[in-house]
Design a protein around this ligand. Structure first.
Ligand SMILES: O=c1[nH]cc([C@@H]2O[C@H](COP(=O)(O)OP(=O)(O)OP(=O)(O)O)[C@@H](O)[C@H]2O)c(=O)[nH]1
Length: 673
C-alpha cells in the first residue's frame, strides 16, 4: 500500500484485533489491514483511583485486553498471533472518567454532564508483539500509547437528550455518544484526531507501526525491559498484571524517530501525548526501574532467566526479533522433515482419524438411551444395561467401555454411571439436553458425511441422493416424525445457547420482538426471561407452529406468542426488534436478500436486529464446528462477523455490538439506520 507501506508489512502476519468494537474493526479494515477479531474477555474493572491521569487508565485497560487475548489464543485457538491490538476509549469531564453507560439513566447522567462543555476523549492502545520460541514458549513485547482529542458539545435541551438516548445509540459508546452518527449533531467542535473519538487513533497507530517495522532507534535509545511472566498452569500472569500508575509524562526521548509532540494546550488541534512510565521489576533484582519513553516497549517473557529482548538495534533497521523468528521457522521446517513425528502430532492425528468412531459411539449410546438409564439406575453392569436397552452383553460392554474412555461414563468394579457431562448434556430430559441435536447428527448429518467425497467433487449437497428426495423439498415436506426430530434438534441447541444470546446485549429499549423462524419458541422464552418488559412473537411455518405446542409446557410464558406464516411470502408481524437465529447461514444469497429486504421494509430507524449464528474467524481458519457444518449445508454459507455485518449494512442495519459468546452460537446486534 503506497499510502502507508507499513500496513503491507503486516501482510502474512497473524494480526489480531482484541476488540468487539465494530468501529475499530471498520477503521482498520478500511485501510486494508487484514486481521482476525478475537474480542477480549478482560473485564474493564480496574480501580480508577490507582491512576494519576485518566489516559493511564485507558492505556492499562488496553494493555490488559490485548494481553488476555495474546495469552488465550495459543491455548484456546491453538495458534499464536504475531500481533495483538487492544484499545480502550474513555471520556473525561470535570475530573470524571466516563465509559459506556450501563442504562438510559447512566446515559442521561453522562450526556448532561457533557452539555455545553469541552471534554477530552482518550483512546489507549496496546500492541502486543508475540514471538513464539523453539520451546513453544512465547515472548511478548508491549508497545503502548494514547491519543487525546478535545470535543465541545452544544447546550443540549432535555428533549434533545432524551430523544438521543431513546435512539439507542449511546449504549455501547464511551461517554454515551457516537460522534460518527446521530451524536455528531451534538458536537460544536473537535480538536484532534476524529477517529480517536470513534475508538481508534489510526494515524498514531500507523506511526507506531512504522517505528516498529521501519525506523528502529538504537537499542540504547529504545530501552526494553524483561518482565517475568509467572506461569500459573496454562495461564501465565504477568507480574505487572495490576495497574502500574506512572510518573508524569516526559516529552524528550533521545533520538526517537517519531517527532516529539508539540506542546499541547486545550485549544490544540492534535494532542499526541505518549510519554508513559511503568515500573518493571527485573528478575534477580528487587529494584524497580522507572522508564519514561515516547513509546513504551516492554518485553514480557515467560522465561525466568531475566534475558532481555531488544526490539531494535542500531545496525539493523528491521527488528532482530522478526529476523530471529523467520530463522526459527526455516529451521523448524527442516527439523520436522527429518525427525521422528512428535508425540503431540501423532496424538492430534489419531484423534482426528478416530473422531468418527467417537461420534458414532456417542450417537449410539444416546439412541439406546444409556444416559437416561444410568441416570435412573446408576451402578448397573454391562449385562444389566444390555438387558434394559435390548442389546447384546458383549456389544454393550464395548460401548460402555468406549464411553468411559471418552469421559461420558465412569466405571467402578465393572459397573457404570454417568459423568457430570452426561448428566447435564446427554440425558434426554435434562434442562440443557443435546439429545435432540445428537439424534439429528446421527439421522441426517452422519449419512450426509458418508457421501462427503461426492459432495466435494460435485460441489453441492448430497441430500437428494442420500434421502432420495428432490433438493427443493425441505424438512417440512417430510413425515411428522422427521419434522419433530428436526424441531427437537433446533430446540436443544436453542436451549443450550439461548441464554448467552439473549443476554449478550442490553435490549431493554425494545418492548416487542419477533423471532423469525423461531421454531419451538426457546430463544423467545430466553429473551423474555432476560428482558422482563419484552413480548416476543415466534413466526414460523404453520406445521412448526402446530407441532411447537408439544414443547410449550416446557416454556409456558404468556409473553411468548406464536404466529403461523412463511417469512418469504407473508407479511411479517410488527415488532421493534427482529431476531434471526440460525436462519441466514442456510439461505442462498437470493433468499437472504429477499428476507433482509422484507425486514428492512418493516423496520423504522432505531429498530433492532439480533442475529445469532456461528461467526467464522476473520481469516476463515476456524472455528472448526462452523467450517465442518458448512460441509453438509445445502444452500447457504458460513460467514465471519464482518461478512454478516457488511451484509446487514447493505440493508440499512448498522452493527452496534458483536459477541463471541463461547457457547454454541455467537451474536450480533444491529440497529436500523
Ligand atoms: O464517538 C464515539 N465514541 C465512542 C465509540 C465507541 O465506544 C466504545 C468504547 O468502549 P471500549 O473502548 O470499552 O470498547 P468496546 O466497544 O467495549 O470493545 P472492546 O472489546 O475493545 O472492549 C468503542 O466501541 C468505540 O468505538 C463510538 O463508536 N463513537
Amino acid at each position: 500500500m503506497v499510502l502507508n507501506p507499513v500496513i503491507s508489512k503486516l501482510a502474512g502476519k497473524l494480526v489480531v484485533l482484541a476488540s468487539a468494537s465494530p468501529r475499530r474493526l471498520e477503521i482498520l479494515r478500511n485501510v486494508g489491514l487484514r486481521f482476525e477479531v478475537v474480542p477480549s474477555w478482560f473485564k474493564e474493572t480496574l480501580d480508577k483511583s490507582l491512576f494519576k491521569a485518566p489516559y493511564e487508565y485507558a492505556v492499562e485497560t488496553a494493555k490488559q485486553k490485548a494481553l488476555e487475548v495474546a495469552r488465550r489464543m495459543p491455548i484456546k485457538h491453538l495458534k499464536t498471533p504475531d500481533i495483538v491490538i487492544g484499545a480502550d476509549t474513555i471520556v473525561t469531564v470535570d475530573g470524571l472518567i466516563l465509559e459506556k453507560p450501563v442504562d438510559k439513566h447512566d446515559a442521561y447522567r453522562m450526556l448532561s454532564s457533557l452539555s455545553g462543555k469541552e471534554h477530552s476523549v482518550y483512546t489507549g492502545v496496546a500492541i502486543v508483539l508475540c514471538h513464539e520460541k523453539e520451546n513453544e514458549e512465547v515472548d511478548y513485547q508491549l508497545i503502548q500509547f494514547y491519543e487525546e482529542t478535545k470535543v465541545k458539545f452544544a447546550d443540549l435541551s432535555e428533549d434533545m437528550l432524551w430523544e438521543y438516548i431513546n435512539s439507542g445509540e449511546p449504549m455501547d459508546k464511551a461517554g454515551g455518544y457516537g460522534i460518527q452518527a446521530l451524536g455528531g449533531m451534538l458536537v460544536e467542535y473537535v480538536h484532534g484526531d476524529f477517529l480517536n473519538v470513534v475508538g481508534f487513533p489510526l494515524n498514531h497507530f500507523c506511526k507506531q507501526l512504522s517505528l516498529i517495522y521501519n525506523h528502529c532507534t538504537s537499542s540504547s535509545d529504545q530501552k526494553s525491559e524483561s518482565v517475568h511472566l509467572s506461569v500459573n498452569g496454562t495461564h501465565p500472569t504477568p507480574v505487572l498484571s495490576q495497574p502500574t500508575p506512572s510518573v508524569p509524562a516526559q516529552s524528550s526521548h533521545g533520538s526517537s524517530s517519531i517527532p516529539k509532540p508539540s506542546s499541547s494546550s486545550s485549544s490544540q488541534t492534535h494532542h499526541t501525548h505518549c510519554s508513559l512510565a511503568h515500573k518493571v521489576k527485573r528478575k534477580g533484582s528487587d529494584s524497580e526501574v522507572s522508564q519514561s519513553s515516547w513509546m513504551l516497549v516492554n518485553s514480557l517473557s515467560k522465561h525466568t532467566d531475566g534475558r532481555e529482548a531488544k526490539l531494535c538495534n542500531s545496525e539493523n533497521t528491521t527488528s532482530p526479533l522478526i529476523t530471529r523468528s523467520e530463522q526459527l521457522i526455516e529451521r523448524d521446517v527442516t527439523e520436522h522433515e527429518d525427525s521422528e513425528p512428535r508425540k503431540e502430532d501423532l496424538e492430534r492425528i489419531s484423534e482426528l482419524i478416530d473422531g468418527f468412531k467417537a461420534s458414532k459411539a456417542l450417537f449410539t449410546a444416546s439412541r439406546l438411551r444409556v444416559f437416561d438409564l444410568l441416570h435412573r439406575m446408576p451402578g448397573l453392569d454391562a449385562a444389566q444395561v444390555g438387558q434394559e436397552v435390548k442389546a447384546s452383553v458383549k456389544g454393550t460392554e464395548c460401548l460402555l467401555e468406549a464411553c468411559v474412555s471418552l469421559g461420558l461414563l465412569k466405571s467402578k468394579d465393572r459397573t457404570y454411571e454417568n459423568t457430570d457431562l452426561a448428566t447435564s448434556l446427554l440425558r434426554s430430559d435434562s434442562c440443557f439436553s443435546l439429545h435432540g441435536h445428537i439424534q439429528h447428527c446421527d439421522d441426517t448429518l452422519w449419512p450426509l458425511f458418508s457421501h462427503l467425497e461426492s459432495a466435494v467433487e460435485e460441489g453441492h449437497s448430497q441430500r437428494e441422493k442420500v434421502f432420495s428426495r428432490k433438493p427443493k423439498e425441505d424438512t417440512f415436506h417430510n413425515s411428522q416424525e422427521a419434522k419433530l426430530r428436526f424441531m427437537n434438534a433446533m430446540h436443544s441447541v436453542a436451549k443450550v445457547a439461548g441464554k448467552s444470546v439473549a443476554t449478550a446485549f442490553d435490549l431493554s429499549r425494545y418492548k416487542t420482538a419477533c423471532d423469525l423462524g423461531g421454531c419451538t419458541g426457546t430463544m423467545a422464552c430466553e429473551l423474555t426471561k432476560a428482558h422482563p418488559e419484552m413480548s416476543v412473537t415466534v413466526f414460523d411455518l404453520p406445521a412448526v407452529v402446530e407441532l411447537s405446542e408439544r414443547f410449550r409446557p416446557l416454556q409456558s410464558n404468556n409473553r411468548v406468542s406464536f404466529v403461523a406464516g412463511d417469512f418469504f411470502q407473508d407479511e411479517l408481524p410488527k415488532a421493534d426488534l427482529y431476531i434471526l437465529a440460525r436462519i441466514l447461514h442456510d439461505l442462498t444469497d437470493e433468499k437472504l436478500h429477499i428476507l433482509l429486504s422484507k425486514i428492512a421494509d418493516v423496520c423504522k430507524p432505531g429498530c433492532g436486529l439480533l442475529l445469532s449464528e456461528i461467526f467464522l474467524d476473520e481469516d476463515r481458519s476456524g472455528p472448526s464446528r462452523g467450517l465442518l457444518q458448512a460441509l453438509s449445508m445445502s444452500e447457504g454459507k458460513q460467514r465471519s462477523a464482518t461478512e454478516y455485518s457488511l451484509l446487514l449494512k447493505s440493508h440499512g442495519f448498522n452493527t452496534a455490538q458483536i459477541r463471541h459468546t463461547d457457547n454454541l452460537l455467537d451474536a450480533m446486534f444491529c440497529i436500523k439506520a
